[in-house]
Design a protein around this ligand. Structure first.
Ligand code: DQA
Length: 141
């Protein structure tokens, strides 16, 4: 069975409360449960969330020594700024898909720069909670 690490960045722990008109009313835990039920034991997922850039870098570094088959990452706001997360993703020798719940290109201009995505094989943006499921599904296919 494929092992997939799913990393979530800052403020994604506030889903449900945070700008529901943009992100919907599901919490990150709701999204985890929904995604895992859709994946239906075709993959073993490990979910990680942190508001701290260095902790995300360290989790990615650890993943490079673990037996994951792929990483799905929603870096949150760090997607637009973090050279450190970008560089950590470049260390990985497995596929990385970056996901965003919202369609970032329809939003403020500062969200149009996707720095970490330059280290990803694919990006998905604007599919809401489906982004995670679709990313995992495409990795399995
Ligand atoms: C987000 C988009 C980012 O611009 C924002 O900072 C987030 C969430 C998304 O999932 O749509 O925190 O990554």
């Amino acid at each position: 069975m494929k092992k997939i690490l799913i990393i979530n960045g800052p403020n994604l722990n506030m889903l449900g409360l945070r700008e529901p008109e943009i992100y919907g009313t599901d919490t990150l835990e709701d999204i985890r449960v929904w995604t895992d039920s859709k994946i239906n034991s075709l993959a073993q997922t490990t979910w990680f969330q942190s508001n701290v850039e260095g902790e995300i870098v360290s989790r990615i570094q650890m993943a490079s020594k673990e037996q994951f088959d792929a990483v799905v990452i929603n870096p949150g706001g760090y997607a637009h700024t973090s050279v450190a997360i970008h560089d950590a993703l470049k260390i990985l020798k497995i596929p990385v898909i970056e996901v965003h719940l919202s369609q970032v290109y329809k939003r403020e201009e500062f969200r149009h720069t996707l720095l970490t995505a330059k280290a990803a094989s694919a990006i998905m943006s604007g599919l809401g909670k489906q982004s995670y499921y679709r990313a995992i599904q495409s990795l399995l296919d």
